[in-house]
Each structure stands twice: as C-alpha cells, then as structure tokens.
Ligand binder design. Structure first.
Ligand code: ZN
Length: 76
C-alpha cells in the first residue's frame, strides 16, 4: 500500500471510539466522540465493577483511557 492510499483510507474512516471490557470480552457501541465512549466505559466500570478502557476503530486501547471501579472519587 502506498502512502497516498493510506491517507485516503484515514480520511474515509472517521475515528470511532468504544468502551471495551476485557472481563466481559465485549465492546460497547461506537461513538464518534472519545468523551462519550469514556463515559460508557466509566458507566460499565461502576455498574459491573469491571476495569474497562476505550478502544479506537482498530481495537487498540487508547492510552490513559482505563476506567477502574471507584475511580470517580479518587484524585491522584
Ligand atoms: Zn464487564
């Protein structure tokens, strides 16, 4: 694949983000906004007590997106 083709591919596919739970081995719905996916991950972490994170459209974990149960009140 040439560099030109890679750039065209990136333009065609807008980035999407989804919450992913390794414990459930499930990903949530795709969001175009990272913040929405992070909210979904945080919601799952709180509801199910699972550590979750956000993945991009390639299924790659977004650095710093990890949501741990109970993190809401912790400020480090
Ligand atoms: Zn889960």
């Amino acid at each position: 694949m040439t560099t030109q083709e890679q750039e065209a591919g990136e333009r065609r596919w807008a980035p999407t983000y989804r919450a992913h739970c390794p414990r459930c081995r499930q990903s949530g719905r795709a969001f175009s906004s990272y913040g929405n996916a992070e909210d979904a991950a945080r919601g799952h972490a709180g509801k199910h007590n699972h550590t979750t994170h956000v993945v991009d459209q390639y299924g790659i974990r977004v650095v710093g997106s990890t949501q741990r149960p109970g993190d809401d009140l912790a400020s480090h």
